[in-house]
Design a protein. Structure first.
Length: 437
C-alpha cells in the first residue's frame, strides 16, 4: 500500500489528485469544528467534558460525523443523511418498477437515481437537523449535564430556523465535497469522507483507554487494544478479500465470418456480500426502543425494562438481539442486491453457462444455493465483529463506540482497500507500455 502511494506521488497528475483530495479532507475536518450560529460553545464543551466519552444513543451518528454531532457544528449531521438516502434508494429500486427501469438504462439512469438520492438527502437532513435542534433545546442531548438546557440560549423560532438551514446547508456542502473528490480527486468521494470522519475519533478514543487503564499507567491496556486492532484489521482484510469464483464459459458463435465468444470467466461472489449495511441496520433498529423511552419520559414498567435490557449494551438479551438482527439483515440485503434469476437470464442471453449446470432455471437455483451457503459465514463474521465493542465495554470499561469496533473497522478497511485498488489501477494505466514500445 505504501509503495502504491509512493509511486502515485511520483506521477505528476496523480500527485495533483492526491493533494486535491487531502485539501478537501482538511476542509472537511475544519467544518466539523465550526459551531452553528446560536449555540453556546462554552456550554457544549462543558457538557462534553462531563460526558467523558459516553455518547449514548447518538453514538453511531456522532461517529459518522467525526464527533461533530455532539458539538453541534455546521457539519453536525455528517455523511449520515446521504448514507441513509442511498440505502433507501437501493431498497426502493427493488420495489418501484420505475426505479428498476432507470437502473437498467445504464449511466443515464444511474445519474437520475443519483439526483433522487441528493433530493432525499436534503429532505432527511432537514428532518434530522430539526430533531437535533429540538433535542438540544430540551436538554436531552446531554442528560447528565448541569447546563444541558442552556446549550441553545436563544430558543426563538427564527434562531431554530437558522440552525436547521445551516446544518442542512452543511450536509449539502459535504455532498459537493464528496463529488469533487470523485470527479477531480482519486475517486470514492463519499467513502473517503466517511473514512475521515471515523478515523478522526481514533486518537482520542485510544488515549482515553490509556488514561483509564490501571496497569503500568495504562500502557498495558493501550498495547492490548493496539494488538487487538491489528488482529481485527488482518481478519477483516482476509474476509473482505475472500470470494467464491464460479466459472462461466461462453460458447463460440459465428456471425458472418467473425467468431465471437469462446472465452471463460467467473462470477465473483464475496463472502461478505452485504458489506457494513447489516451492522448499520441492526444498530439503528436497536436505538429505536431507547429513543422512544428517552423522548416519552415514561417511568412505566415497559420503559424500565427497556432501560435495563436495551440501553447500556452489555446485557445478554441486547447482545443476542443485536447478533440475530445482523444475521437477518445480511441475508435480507444479499437477497435484494443480488438476483440469481437476472444473472442467469443475462448469461443465457449471451451464450454463457456454468460447466456442468444447464442454462436458465438450474443456473439460477445453483447460484442461489451457493449464495446462501457463503452468506452464512459472512453473516456470522459480521455479527462477531460487531460485538467487539461489547467485549471492550466489559474488559476495558470503554464506551460503546470502541475505536476498533465493528462498524468503524469494516468501513475503514473497506474504503482503504478500495482506494488502494483505484490508485493501483490508475498507475497501471499510466505506466502500461503495451505490445509496441
Amino acid at each position: 500500500m505504501l509503495t502504491a502511494f509512493a509511486r502515485a506521488f511520483q506521477t505528476p497528475d496523480l500527485r495533483k489528485k492526491l493533494l486535491f483530495t487531502l485539501g478537501i479532507m482538511v476542509l472537511f475536518r475544519i467544518g466539523a469544528h465550526v459551531p452553528v450560529p446560536g449555540v453556546s460553545y462554552e456550554n457544549v464543551q462543558a457538557c462534553m467534558d462531563e460526558a467523558k466519552g459516553a455518547q449514548g444513543l447518538f453514538g453511531l451518528v456522532n461517529m459518522f460525523s467525526g464527533g461533530a454531532l455532539l458539538q453541534i457544528t455546521i457539519f453536525a449531521l455528517g455523511i449520515m443523511p446521504y448514507i441513509t438516502a442511498s440505502i433507501i434508494l437501493q431498497l426502493l429500486v427493488v420495489v418501484i418498477p420505475r426505479l428498476e427501469a432507470l437502473k437498467k438504462e445504464g449511466q443515464a439512469g444511474q445519474a437520475k437515481i443519483t439526483q433522487y438520492t441528493r433530493y432525499l438527502t436534503v429532505a432527511l437532513a432537514i428532518l434530522q437537523a430539526t430533531g437535533l435542534v429540538a433535542t438540544a433545546r430540551s436538554g436531552s442531548l446531554f442528560q447528565s449535564c448541569s447546563v444541558a438546557s442552556q446549550i441553545i440560549p436563544d430558543q426563538s423560532i427564527f434562531s431554530t430556523i437558522v440552525m436547521v438551514i445551516t446544518m442542512t446547508a452543511g450536509t449539502g456542502l459535504i455532498m459537493w465535497l464528496g463529488e469533487l473528490i470523485t470527479d477531480r480527486g482519486i475517486g470514492n468521494g463519499m467513502s473517503i469522507l466517511m473514512f475521515v470522519s471515523i478515523a478522526a475519533g481514533f486518537p482520542g478514543a485510544l488515549w482515553a483507554i490509556k488514561k483509564q487503564g490501571k496497569l503500568a499507567d495504562g500502557w498495558i491496556e493501550f498495547g492490548a487494544v493496539i494488538l487487538c486492532g491489528l488482529a481485527m484489521v488482518g481478519l477483516v482484510v482476509f474476509v473482505e478479500q475472500a470470494q467464491r469464483r464460479i466459472p462461466v464459459q461462453y460458447a463460440k458463435r459465428m456471425i458472418g465470418r467473425r467468431s465471437y465468444g469462446g472465452t471463460s470467466t467467473y462470477i465473483p461472489l464475496k463472502v461478505n456480500q452485504a458489506g457494513v449495511i447489516p451492522v448499520i441496520f441492526g444498530s439503528s433498529l436497536l436505538y429505536i426502543p431507547a429513543l422512544i423511552v428517552q423522548f416519552s419520559g415514561s417511568q412505566a414498567g415497559w420503559a424500565q425494562w427497556i432501560q435495563a435490557h436495551f440501553v447500556k449494551g452489555d446485557h445478554p438479551l441486547y447482545i443476542a438481539t443485536y447478533f440475530l438482527l445482523i444475521v437477518f439483515f445480511a441475508f435480507f440485503y444479499v437477497a435484494i442486491s443480488f438476483n440469481p434469476e437476472e444473472v442467469a437470464d443475462n448469461m443465457k442471453k449471451y451464450g454463457g453457462f456454468i460447466p456442468g449446470i444447464r442454462a436458465g432455471r438450474p443456473t439460477a437455483e445453483y447460484l442461489s444455493y451457493v449464495l446462501n451457503r457463503i452468506t452464512w459465514p459472512g453473516s456470522l463474521y459480521l455479527g462477531l465483529i460487531a460485538l467487539v465493542p461489547t467485549v471492550a465495554l466489559i474488559m476495558f470499561q470503554a464506551n460503546q463506540n470502541f475505536p476498533f469496533g465493528g462498524t468503524s473497522i469494516l468501513i475503514i478497511v473497506g474504503v482503504g482497500l478500495e482506494t488502494v485498488k483505484q490508485i493501483e489501477s490508475q498507475l497501471q494505466q499510466r505506466h502500461y507500455e503495451g505490445f509496441l514500445r
